[in-house]
Design a protein around this ligand. Structure first.
Ligand SMILES: NC(=O)c1ccc[n+]([C@@H]2O[C@H](COP(=O)([O-])OP(=O)(O)OC[C@H]3O[C@@H](n4cnc5c(N)ncnc54)[C@H](OP(=O)(O)O)[C@@H]3O)[C@@H](O)[C@H]2O)c1
Length: 277
């Protein structure tokens, strides 16, 4: 049985990893600002206690490996992990994020066994993250309405990460995770409207209009930059409009279908909750 630190252990992928590891009887420590001991990416003095006694670490960086300061943080964390005798690191990265590759290299060259999990955009961005409020409100305006995205399910990412955390056979591997179909934003909103039997107004805006809207809603500048980067450099990039087979390679089964994610999420009622404008 392993001692595993799951950074972001209450988040979209981390929570699912924690559940799976605990079901298998492993000892899990959540690494987050609300956990005890506390782990905060912005306070290096919290890292040593969080890493103490751990065999493996799942790393999700906040808010994204592409932001300034990420490289230094990943460098500091891997150094501390080495000092503490950690044997395995699994880094969650973004597929097609060139800036994130610098952080991947630091982990790969750390001298600790490691696996990189590069994920495409998550299906759960529509149910647990960025786009949920607008869907609940019933009015969605997004750039790149007709761009194909091979959404990957957070449950598939979690299952791959657990395999990587527990088995040395994945050391040195970079897995690129996508789903097995493409969906555009326009199609996603249509499917969610159909599954929830609601009317959801959808319109396309430019990236500039979208980031301006975020600023007007008080979103901090750093986040506005990140969202702009994710839409332009990551989403609007032909290299990312490619499907991979790494979920099947690791798990021996096909990725979860996006439409199954939509149907099952609709049953939970999360998209029907009312929000104020
Ligand atoms: N969403 C996508 O489509 C996508 C695609 C590819 C890659 N990624 C990458 O996935 C990573 C995020 O993973 P995720 O979506 O599973 O997590 P998430 O849902 O964004 O994570 C939230 C978790 O992070 C913790 N957290 C937030 N700020 C923190 C801080 N300053 N220090 C320590 N913990 C902090 C939260 O707990 P507390 O609030 O208690 O601290 C919570 O456990 C990012 O690096 C992102 O770039 C995302």
């Amino acid at each position: 049985m392993k001692n595993v630190l799951v950074l972001g252990g209450t988040g979209k992928t981390g929570r699912r990893i924690v559940e799976r590891l605990q079901q298998q009887g492993h000892k899990v420590r959540i690494g987050s600002r609300g956990a005890t001991p506390k782990f905060d990416w912005e306070d290096q003095s919290t890292w040593e206690k969080a890493l103490e006694g751990m065999d493996s670490v799942y790393i999700t960086y906040q808010p994204d490996l592409a932001v300034p300061g990420a490289k230094e943080a990943i460098e500091g964390l891997t150094k501390e992990a080495k000092k503490q005798g950690v044997e395995k690191l699994v880094l969650l990265s973004g597929k097609g994020e060139r800036e994130a590759e610098l952080c991947e290299e630091i982990v790969m060259n750390s001298g600790i066994g490691c696996t990189i999990v590069r994920a495409s955009w998550f299906s759960q961005n529509f149910s647990e993250s960025f786009f949920l409020d607008a869907i609940q409100y019933g009015v969605v305006a997004l750039p790149l309405a007709d761009t194909n995205v091979p959404y990957v399910d957070a449950d598939d990412i979690a299952e791959v990460a657990v395999e990587a955390l527990l088995s040395e056979k994945h050391n040195g591997e970079i897995y690129e995770l996508t789903g097995s179909e493409f969906y555009t934003f326009r199609q996603v909103i249509q499917e969610i409207a159909k599954a929830t039997d609601r009317e959801i107004d959808f319109s396309e805006v430019s990236v500039e209009q979208y980031t301006q809207m975020l600023k007007e809603h008080g979103v901090p500048d750093g986040y506005v930059w990140l969202i702009g980067y994710l839409f332009t450099e990551v989403l609007d990039n032909e290299e990312n409009q490619v499907m991979t087979h790494d979920v099947e390679k690791v798990l021996g089964r096909k990725p979860r279908l996006f439409i199954d994610f939509v149907k099952e999420t609709a049953k939970t009622g999360v998209w029907n909750q009312k929000v104020e404008a």
